[in-house]
Write a protein that binds this ligand. Structure first.
Ligand SMILES: Nc1nc2c(ncn2[C@@H]2O[C@H](COP(=O)(O)OP(=O)(O)O)[C@@H](O)[C@H]2O)c(=O)[nH]1
Ligand SMILES: [Mg+2]
Length: 217
């Protein structure tokens, strides 16, 4: 009983901090995305790809969440983007307080702010970090059973990217089953099949992001 009450309080406190972040984004006219997936599904590769499409047109800032190292942050810095690293020192998700602190160090003179969450299909789904939209990536080598095993994560998604579609022919990955299970868990999510490596589907995802930026400005 005590455990349930404490968890509720933590989440309520987090939701309030996330609301404050939302107010900041609204006031500054920033469209923000929270990328979530398992480790290795392709979050940083997708971000690298979309930056190449969008950085000529829009100002972009990037917050990277990882347990340790600045490896992903460095990949994005190499593209000339303003980056702030959050190392969670063992915590399996970002929370709104961590993102608030990062916002004090990053340029908010941007049109698009991207958060890469810690690689994990469980905890990041329940900690709102104040972004406009959640992007969840499922990559084909992870298997076609994941949507119903991690329904909370797929339920909070506004956009679901099925990545590494270039590998599907080598795998036992039933794409139709995954599409059907997404419809069961979250019929409203936009679903896009992509290969971050080869570029398939990236145009469609970039259009989805641009629509979001235009709605906020
Ligand atoms: N074949 C293939 N590999 C990919 C694709 N997207 C990412 N990868 C590879 O998957 C690995 C993990 O990608 P990364 O972006 O670091 O994943 P993250 O941990 O979710 O940020 C890297 O070796 C990428 O090159 C893809 O569309 N196809
Ligand atoms: Mg990464």
């Amino acid at each position: 009983m005590k455990k349930v009450v404490v968890e509720k309080k933590i989440l309520e406190r987090n939701d309030k901090a996330a609301d404050k972040i939302r107010d900041i984004f609204k006031e500054k006219g920033i469209f923000s995305l929270n990328f979530m997936s398992s480790p290795g599904a392709g979050k940083t590769t997708v971000v690298e790809k979309i930056i190449k499409y969008l950085s000529g047109k829009y100002r972009i800032s990037f917050i990277d969440g990882d347990l340790d190292t600045e490896r992903d942050a460095q990949r994005i810095k190499n593209l000339g983007i303003d980056v702030v690293q959050i190392n969670t020192s063992g915590a399996c998700h970002l929370d709104a307080d961590m993102v608030s602190k990062a916002l004090k160090k990053i340029s908010l003179k941007c049109d698009l702010l991207i958060v890469e969450n810690v690689g994990n299909l469980v905890c990041p789904a329940t900690f709102d970090v104040g972004c406009d939209k959640n992007v969840v990536i499922l990559s084909t080598p992870e298997g076609d059973d994941k949507v119903k095993k991690y329904p909370v994560m797929f339920n909070v998604a506004d956009c679901i990217l099925i990545n590494k579609i270039d590998l599907v022919e080598f795998l036992d990955f039933d794409l139709n089953k995954v599409l059907k299970e997404i419809k069961d868990v979250n019929p409203k999510a936009r679903v896009i099949e992509i290969s971050a490596k080869q570029g398939d589907g990236i145009d469609e995802f970039v259009d989805w992001i641009e629509n979001g930026i235009k709605r906020v400005v």
